[in-house]
Every structure is written in C-alpha cells, then in structure tokens.
Design a protein around this ligand. Structure first.
Ligand code: ACO
Length: 429
C-alpha cells in the first residue's frame, strides 16, 4: 500500500504520510495541511477525524467488534470482572493475582469520602439531577487531594495509581450517597469486606435495621453491566476527558467534565430515555408496532438504537440482552417492558428503514431493563454508566498525560459570521 496520500487543491498537490493502525485502519496524517496550503479540513461531528493514537480499545463498527487491549469483550464479559477489566484498560495488561489484589485493596481503602464532603450534598435541592451532583462532587473531590490534583503533570502522574483507585472507588460511593441524599435517607458507610458491585448495592439499599442481601445474583449482573461500559474509545465523554486533559488539567477535573458530556440523551442519557420510551409504549397499549412506524416517519426516535460507530449489532447489547433475561428470571420478575423491547428489536431488525440505515440495538437498549430489575431508580441510570466508564476515562487521561509530545487540543473552525463592521457607524442604524 502507498505510504503517502495526496490532496489536490486547485493546481497544487499536497502529499501527506499515511498512518496505519495495528488493525489496518488507515489515516491520512494532515497535521501539516494548513501550514502547507492555508486550508483546513471540515469534519463537523468528527466522523472522519482520528483525534489521537490510542492503544486502549479497538472497535470495528462494521463487524460489531469491541476489544480492550486486544481482548474481545465477549471473553472479558465471560471470564473477567469489572475491577480486572479496569486494570487492563488502565495499565495495558491483565493483572497477576498479586497485582489485582493490590489494585482491589487500593479501591477498597478509598471507599469512604471525607466527612467534609457530606455537607456538600446538603447544598443541592432534592430535585437536582444525580449527574449534576456527581460531576460537581468529583471535581470537589480533587480539592480534598491537592497533591493529586495539582495540574502539574509530573506531580499528578506521581500519584496516578492512588488517584485511579480512589476515583474508581469513590465514584461509586458518591453515586450511592447522591441517591440516599435525594431520598432523605442517612448515608450508608462502605463495607470493606464486600466486593465492588455488592458494596455499591449495600451503600444504596442497606438500612440500619436491614442489611442489603444479594440473594439473586444482582451484584454479579451489576458487575457485568459495569464491565461492559468500561471503555469505548473516542466517544463524546472520553473525547471530552482527553480535551480537558490536553490543557494539563488534573484527573479529577477531567473526569468531572466527562460526566457532564455523558449526561446528554444522545450519549449516556439514552439508557434513561429507553425505559421512558418503553413505559410510554406500554402505557399506550401499543406492542411497539406503532412506535416503529412513528420512528420511520421521523415523529419519534427509537432510543437505544443506532450508533455513530456500530453499523452492526453492538456486541455489548447482545451480552446485556441475554443477561437481563437471566436476571429477570432469577428475580422471578415478569417485566412487560422486556417483551416490548424484544418485540421492538425484532420488528426493527426486519424493517427496511432500520436495515437500510444499519440501525441496531446499542448498549443502552437492554441496560435499563437490567438496572431496573436490580432496583436502580431510572434517574440513576446514567450515573451507573458513569461508574462503569470511569476506568476508560482514567486510561485515556493517562495516555495523554504520559505523552510528552501531546499538544493542547485546539480544533479550527470555519467562521461564517459577519465580516468586519464599524462600531462608529452604530448611530446610522
Ligand atoms: N431511531 C430512528 N431513526 C434513527 C435513529 C433512531 N434511534 N438513529 C438514527 N436514525 C436515523 C436518522 O434519522 C438518519 O435518518 P436519515 O438518513 O433519513 O436522515 C439516519 O438514521 C442516520 O442517523 P444519524 O443521526 O446520522 O446518526 P448519528 O451517527 O449522527 O447518531 C446516534 C447516532 C446519536 C446514536 C443516533 O443513532 C441516536 O440518536 N440514537 C438514539 C439515542 C441512543 O440510543 N444513544 C446512545 C448511543 S450509544 C452510547 O452513547 C452509549
């Protein structure tokens, strides 16, 4: 294959090197285009722009492939745990038993938050969205660890291992505290003997008179949910984390920005939107057929369907679909929303509109059903996504921070506003 590519502008040819990724993905390295030609590329939405070189996650959206550090998501879902996959995403290799113990201990040790932060929760109105609280709290958390959030790259990196374990741990505690505060319930302290997901359910649902007990495999299903969300290359929130990190900001500030980016309904907020949609369909007595018709006519959007990158089945949706069924069965729940979801999926997969546009279920299509079965309130769904995505954000921050050649991210624009005007002529209007 040619190792250069040419762009012709008018009569002039400009040659650029080709970059080929380890999976054969090709990119034209146009970093010198503007300097050479005075022209920039226009790629609104970045659908054709490789914003970085990354070793963390590989997606082949056409084939429905997702791998972290080379390991297929299906294998990780079957054999690994959320913490082990987090380690893999962050450090590049699966941990040895000893490395995993050290990492898990670090996570356990940091499970509680400074009591000074308890008061911060009281400042939020009871109807505040949990994502607003989570984002604020993660940024505030940095203030309690100034040595880890110095915005001095070398210093922040010295503390990286501890900061990473701390954030993976505390994002879960803050999420549970957010729920308790909103419910007017006292905070539940972490139990250091419990595993990651189990401890979260304990902090959410234990009461002084009743310790939460997982008898139905809910914590295992939750661990799988988190693992499946661990990283997903340069999506909206991860790109945001990298953008913030590129300016030299610390890890706390960068992941706090990631939470804000994740919040929107086109991204992490879709898992809430899916349940809302399924509930509305159920309430209207429709089995999904009318909704499909509305979506085709542009009157509605089939939430949990479609993806910027996947033009095939999102492999995570496949795994979560099966897992939701198992969990519901284990809990003895007969949720009509699952039937509607299955019907919608089937109908959409056979429908010309969806087939032509390559719209398949994405990870959010079944995740809401799973979370609902575990007892997580709908308002907390996107927060659950954020807990799962934390290792991916951390891994991407690390990649930027450790790259001494990384530059601040600063895209260009094509200005389409007024050309120069004269302030002194204001009176003439
Ligand atoms: N329902 C109905 N039609 C759809 C849907 C959908 N969910 N998604 C895309 N389309 C249609 C568009 O209307 C468009 O049709 P047209 O060609 O006739 O104009 C065509 O499919 C292409 O869609 P785009 O908007 O170009 O796709 P894009 O890549 O920009 O958007 C997105 C991807 C945002 C995920 C979109 O599919 C969507 O909004 N899906 C629903 C929300 C959702 O589930 N988001 C979660 C994404 S995964 C994640 O963040 C974890």
């Amino acid at each position: 294959m040619e190792n250069t590519g040419t762009i012709r502008l008018g009569d002039e040819n400009f040659e650029f090197p080709m970059i080929v990724g380890t999976e054969g993905e090709k990119a034209l390295d146009t970093r010198t285009l503007r300097a050479k030609s005075g022209c920039v590329t226009f790629d609104e939405g970045y659908g054709n722009t490789g914003s970085c070189l990354s070793d963390i996650t590989f997606i082949d959206g056409e084939k429905g492939i997702l791998r972290h550090r080379g390991y297929p998501i299906e294998q990780l879902a079957e054999r690994s745990t959320f913490l082990e996959t987090s380690y893999l995403a962050i450090y590049g290799e699966l941990p040895t038993q000893e490395e995993l113990e050290i990492f898990a201990n670090g996570v356990q040790t940091h499970a509680s938050v400074h009591t000074g932060m308890h008061h911060h929760f009281e400042g939020f109105p009871s109807n505040a969205h949990p994502m607003a609280i989570l984002s604020s709290m993660l940024n505030s958390l940095g203030a309690y660890y100034p040595e880890m959030s110095s915005n001095n790259r070398a210093q922040d990196l010295t503390h990286f291992d501890e900061t990473a374990a701390l954030l993976i741990s505390k994002v879960r505690t803050i999420a549970a505290m957010t729920y308790r505060q909103k419910q007017g319930l006292p905070f539940v302290f972490p139990d250091y003997k419990m595993r990651y997901a189990e401890n979260f359910l304990h902090m959410m649902f234990s009461e002084p008179y009743h310790q939460y007990e997982d008898t139905s495999g809910a914590s295992e299903a939750l661990d799988l949910f988190l693992l499946l969300h661990a990283d997903h290359e340069q999506n909206c929130s991860t790109s945001t984390v990298r953008m913030v990190a590129s300016g030299g900001a610390n890890l706390f500030a960068s992941v706090s920005a990631g939470v804000c980016a994740l919040w929107g309904p086109s991204h992490g907020g879709a898992n809430m939107a899916v349940i809302k949609m399924l509930e509305e369909i159920h309430a209207s007595g429709d089995d999904g057929s009318k909704f499909i018709q509305d979506a085709k006519e542009g009157k509605a959007k089939l939430m949990g369907f479609g993806h910027r990158v996947y033009k095939n089945y999102d492999p995570r949706a496949m795994i979560l679909g099966k897992s939701s069924e198992r969990v519901l069965e284990g809990l003895g729940i007969d949720d009509p929303l699952l039937d509607i979801a299955k019907h919608l999926e089937q109908a959409a997969l056979e429908d010309e509109y969806f087939v032509q546009r390559k719209l398949y279920p994405n990870v959010d299509f079944y995740s809401g059903i799973l979370l609902k079965a575990i007892g997580i309130p709908v308002e907390m769904f996107t927060v659950m996504f954020a807990i799962g995505r934390m290792p991916g954000w951390i891994a991407n921050w690390k990649e930027i921070a450790e790259n001494s050649k990384s530059r601040i991210h600063r895209p260009r624009q094509i200005y389409t506003g007024h050309t120069i005007r004269d302030y002194l002529k204001m009176d003439e209007r």
